[in-house]
Design a protein around this ligand. Structure first.
Ligand code: IVH
Length: 677
């Protein structure tokens, strides 16, 4: 057998195995990008060797054979897949081909919409009543999931308005919104169940349940993007474009992508696809691409389809957020609070546009749950600005190393590590652990705290190694001559560093409180406390109730702060800081609050722990946001506190606006991000 024939055979069987894992077992073996590469290679080879073509090749099919869990359903017309454009050049090449075949110049109308990373679903309505819902399956035959689809809240059971006589099929995507996915995984975790790797897997696992009661508990959504009009009655004959289709679907009560737009000409179309690349993380759902379609339905019919995909549409793929690479080792790092976090040391790989060589593994349980071991091929995920994480190991048949075990001793100071009952984190409880002190001082000097320019990780490590400091307070009594002698320093840099340190003495009390890294005391609480008490002396004299009564504080923070302030070590630190000339007061309007919510409308419903209604609103306004009393299309997110209003929540759900639990309000204020994934 020739090399090409051999390779084609291998690729076909590998792709078939991946199809089965992805479509039937909802447990992909490799990231999408690897799968796409295999299909691409197979198509190329088959193109070069037409003599080896085979009607059964996975390159000509869509999805996988149907499983036996559900009854088969024959689709009235094939549920096709989409061809991919992996970059803008391929997208333009597709558009050129389309323009040529339909013989129009550049004034053709495209519709551009998100490619939602979920599962395709076709819902059949007869005389306006929902009668059947089926998955895509192999494109011709799908699985009957009617009972499960009836539990999805935003799927209309009846098409309202005029009764549409005859059969209508609405096709779209079943998915889990990012916020719903985060909530589902939180629930899974608290009930001790396995967490889902990503929203798509969670949606697939939820839709393809034998027991609809389980599906009913999963916050699935359906987004419609296609109306099968072939057999449709005359009532719908006027629909001539995709835009009109979406309008009709929305009138019936289906969710359609609010980001869908029609654009005239190739340039406007390409620009709109760029918009999706830039804003993908702002959307309420995960997308893996942008779908470009001809808007005009008559032109679509002229172009037609191949056995696999329509010629009138294409998916511009976005850079994958998951990649596979080799796990070299698992190590642990010690943070400023003593928390010991395991992380993966990886063969560097580019994920979502940046090179990743390390990824977090969160804690001991996560390593065990994911069962990743040095030497494994693992899947790495990096979405937006979040820290890269290890999703899991790629299934392998070869020999693996022994399961990794969490160290018993701190890798830095050798102290025994402690994991308390019911806690997922492990701590080094040695207060003099050099790794913790290093991290505490780095945090103290960081931009979000005392903002001391030139005092980064390396410099702090050097000062500690040379014995020039042992605590943050020592920074303020550093000797210019001694630091000038440090490696790579010199007089000029030493002076620069000292000027920066001296300059930080006038920082407001709130920044100092942040810098001290007191448990639970983040920037929001620190500012509220400093504003209320104005000086470190009156803060130290306050009772726990007085502290807890401050807006945005509450008993947990108050208790933690009080404990800190009463420790002899902290009192000594404050004395030293005062002696060194630190201000330790909060000048009015001292804190330039990061405008994390600039231009964002955040609706609060119910009461949020630690905030009065006005306090929550003030916190949003201080960050550049607005806090309207009702939900609209323009709402950025809805914060759901205790005893929330049902109308606001259902309106937010209808409009696909993220819901943020009250417990995450502080995180929202700090990061400006509504998605918890
Ligand atoms: S159109 C014949 N539009 O992507 C038209 N598909 O890779 C085919 N998908 O099977 C589908 N968002 O599951 C279309 N806005 C969108 C989509 C979309 C996600 C999925 C769908 C399809 C797959 C093809």
């Amino acid at each position: 057998m020739s090399d090409a024939a051999q390779r084609i055979r291998t690729l076909r069987s590998e792709i078939a195995a991946h199809n089965e894992a992805y479509f039937i077992h909802d447990e992909p073996l490799v990231p999408d990008v690897t799968y796409d590469e295999l299909v691409r290679e197979l198509r190329l080879l088959e193109g070069e060797h037409p003599e080896l073509s085979d009607a059964e090749s996975p390159s000509t099919r869509v999805g996988a054979h149907v499983s036996e869990l559900f009854s088969p359903v024959s689709h009235s017309s094939a549920m096709l897949s989409l061809d991919n454009a992996f970059d803008v050049d391929e997208l333009r090449a597709w558009a050129d081909r389309v323009l040529k075949s339909i013989d129009v110049k550049d004034d053709v109308i495209f519709s551009v919409e998100p490619k939602i990373d979920g599962l395709a679903l076709s819902i059949r309505y007869v005389d306006s009543q929902l009668v059947q819902a089926a998955t895509r399956g192999d494109g011709r035959t799908g699985e009957d999931v009617t009972a499960n689809v009836l539990t999805i809240c935003n799927v209309p059971h009846v098409l309202p308005g005029l009764v549409v006589n005859g059969t209508v099929e609405v096709r779209g995507e079943v998915f889990l919104a990012k916020a719903d996915f985060a909530r589902l995984n939180e629930q899974q975790q608290s009930s001790g169940a396995k967490q889902f790797a990503n929203p798509r897997n969670a949606a697939a696992g939820s839709l393809r349940q034998k027991d609809s009661l389980i599906t009913a508990q999963r916050p699935l959504s359906f987004l419609a993007y296609q109306l099968v009009v072939d057999e449709a009655p005359a009532d719908l004959a006027e629909i001539a474009s995709h835009a009109q289709t979406l309008e009709q679907l929305a009138t019936w009560g289906f969710l359609v992508a609010p980001e869908s737009q029609t654009l005239t000409g190739v340039e406007a179309m390409v620009t709109r696809t760029d918009w999706f690349e830039e804003h993908r993380h702002d959307l309420a759902y995960d997308i893996d691409g942008v779908v470009v379609k001809l808007d005009n339905l008559a032109l679509r019919r002229t172009l037609g389809s191949t056995s696999r995909a329509p010629r009138w549409a294409i998916a511009r793929k976005l850079p994958p957020e998951e990649q596979s690479t080799r796990l070299i080792a698992i190590e642990v790092s010690v943070g400023r609070t003593g928390r010991v976090t395991p992380y993966a040391v990886l063969e560097p790989v580019t994920v979502a546009g940046s090179l990743v060589a390390m990824a977090t593994l969160h804690n001991q349980d996560q390593v065990a749950l994911k069962d990743v071991r040095p030497g494994d091929l693992v899947i790495i995920r990096k979405a937006g600005d979040v820290i890269p994480e290890v999703v899991g190991a790629v299934a392998t048949t070869g020999e693996r190393s022994a399961p990794w075990s969490f160290p018993q001793q701190c890798p830095d100071c050798g102290h025994a590590l402690v994991r308390s009952e019911g806690e997922s984190d492990t701590y080094c409880i040695n207060r003099s652990c050099p790794a913790q002190i290093l991290q505490q001082i780095i945090h103290f000097a960081s931009r979000s705290a005392m903002d001391i320019e030139g005092l980064g990780e390396q410099r702090v490590a050097q000062l500690l190694d040379e014995g020039l400091i042992t605590d943050v307070a020592d920074l303020f009594t550093l000797d210019a001559e001694r630091i000038a002698k440090l490696d790579g320093m010199g007089d000029l840099s030493a002076t620069g560093l000292l000027v920066a340190i001296t300059g930080s003495k006038t920082r407001p009390l709130s920044r100092l409180l942040v810098g001290l890294g007191i448990r639970h005391v983040g920037p929001v609480a620190a500012r509220a406390l400093a504003n209320r008490f104005q000086s470190s002396t009156s803060l130290a004299a306050a009772t726990v109730d007085e502290l807890a009564a401050v807006d945005g504080v509450g008993p947990v923070i108050a208790d933690s702060l009080l404990r800190y302030l009463r420790e002899p070590e902290s009192q000594y630190r404050f004395q030293q800081l005062e002696a060194a000339g630190l201000a330790l007061v909060e000048p009015v309007e001292a804190w330039d609050v990061a405008q994390t919510l600039a231009g964002k409308a955040v609706v609060v419903t119910g009461s949020v722990d630690g905030f009065s209604r006005d306090g929550a609103e003030a916190a949003i306004l201080a960050r550049g946001g607005t806090s309207p009393s009702s939900v609209s299309k323009k709402t950025f997110c809805v914060v759901v506190g205790e005893a929330p209003g049902a109308t606001k929540i259902s309106k937010a759900e209808d409009l696909n606006i993220p819901l943020v639990p009250g417990s995450s309000f502080r995180a929202l204020l700090e990061t400006g991000e509504a998605s918890l994934s």
